[in-house]
Design a protein around this ligand. Structure first.
Ligand code: 5GP
Ligand code: ZN
Length: 116
């Protein structure tokens, strides 16, 4: 499936729901998480609806991960964190709540920054 009308991230890709976009190309979109665990918490998603790492095609994965360093540099420039976690939950048991593949880029500012 390339688009799921019931998927919140597909609606963001389509422009039906607003999001604070930080990066976009033909195949990938990155935007700020609506509920940021730390300042600058960003989600990176493929534009196609693939629900988790087990559905993600290697072509889509390879392009998505190829642009992650660029997005991470953008976060560093904008927020100057001390570090950055990359997190990806797959399946309800692993904490996934939105079933459209995404990775979390979570800027870290030291102990007590709200994450981990
Ligand atoms: P998961 O728990 O599936 O790994 O992460 C889903 C993330 O999507 C959560 O961090 C949640 O805050 C974020 N999220 C859910 N709905 C929206 C939305 O409508 N807009 C944005 N920007 N983020 C969302
Ligand atoms: Zn979707």
């Amino acid at each position: 499936m390339t688009f799921d009308p019931n998927c919140i991230f597909c609606k963001i890709v389509k422009g039906d729901i607003p999001a604070a976009k930080v990066y976009e190309d033909e195949h990938v979109l990155a935007f700020l998480d609506i509920s940021q665990v730390t300042k600058g918490h960003t989600l990176v998603i493929p534009k196609v609806h693939q629900k988790d790492i087990f559905e993600l095609s290697s072509e889509v994965a390879s392009h998505l991960f190829s642009v992650v360093p660029k997005i991470a540099h953008g976060i560093n420039k904008a927020y100057q964190p001390a570090g950055l976690n990359i997190v990806n939950n797959n399946g309800e048991a692993a904490g996934q709540t939105v079933f459209h593949y995404h990775i979390h880029l979570i800027p870290r500012y030291g102990k007590g920054d709200g994450f981990g």
